[in-house]
Design a protein around this ligand. Structure first.
Ligand SMILES: [Zn+2]
Length: 211
């Protein structure tokens, strides 16, 4: 991976999207000594299963990003209500412009522009606006997209994939989701690996590559 990408910012609509979309790549970048920042825009208090405390996703994202190797001071959590991001578009854009000023990232990860979840679509579109001069890659969440252009593959070691699984396992409150299955996550990493001549990989859409 290009050595010029030293500061990487992951924009996650909800806590856990970044881990699902690019957890292996985050772990690889941390191992390579790059600075990785993670911003989540909602801890989804309104949709936490009843048996868990309302703020469980804050506890879980702290644990999961720690597993991936992100320093605690590089984790930022905003508190927008789940499924209402489109009503707060301007505030979200302002928060992103604040992140841009604070971090000045070389590479930004966002959800796919074809992601159908309304919050994901807002983060993708505002991300494009806020970081209009930066390199931008979209991560893959196959349960939310009917098509995804695999324009970029980032190879992963088995250890990167296993660390991604460990990070996702920290989300006990989300364990019921079909896409939390380790068989699915490792299987997709294998598919992307086979497609790109690697053992394992994650795939990305390239929106802009600025070198
Ligand atoms: Zn999400």
């Amino acid at each position: 991976m290009d050595k010029r990408f030293n500061k990487i910012l992951v924009l996650a609509p909800h806590t856990d999207d970044g881990e699902f979309g690019c957890g292996g790549t985050i772990n690889k970048f941390v191992e390579e000594g790059r600075e990785v920042y993670y911003a989540a825009f909602s801890s989804c208090r309104q949709s936490v299963p009843k048996q868990f405390p309302e703020d469980i996703l804050i506890t879980e994202v702290k644990a999961a990003t720690k597993v991936l190797g992100i320093p605690p001071e590089n984790l930022m959590i905003f508190d927008y209500d789940v499924r209402t991001f489109n009503y707060k578009r301007q505030e979200i854009l302002d928060d992103m412009l604040g992140l841009k000023k604070l971090i000045n990232p070389d590479l930004v990860f966002i959800p796919s522009l074809s992601d159908v979840h309304q919050d994901h679509a807002t983060i993708a579109n505002e991300g494009l606006r806020a970081f209009k001069w930066n390199s931008i890659f979209c991560y893959e969440l196959p349960w939310n997209t009917s098509q995804f252009n695999t324009q970029c593959f980032i190879s992963l070691s088995e250890s990167n994939v296993d660390t991604k699984l460990e990070a996702i396992a920290e989300y006990a409150s989300q364990g019921h989701r079909p896409y939390s299955s380790s068989e699915f996550i490792k299987g997709l990493a294998k598919v992307r690996g086979v497609q790109s001549g690697n053992n394992y990989a994650e795939a990305f859409e390239i929106i802009r590559l600025s070198i």
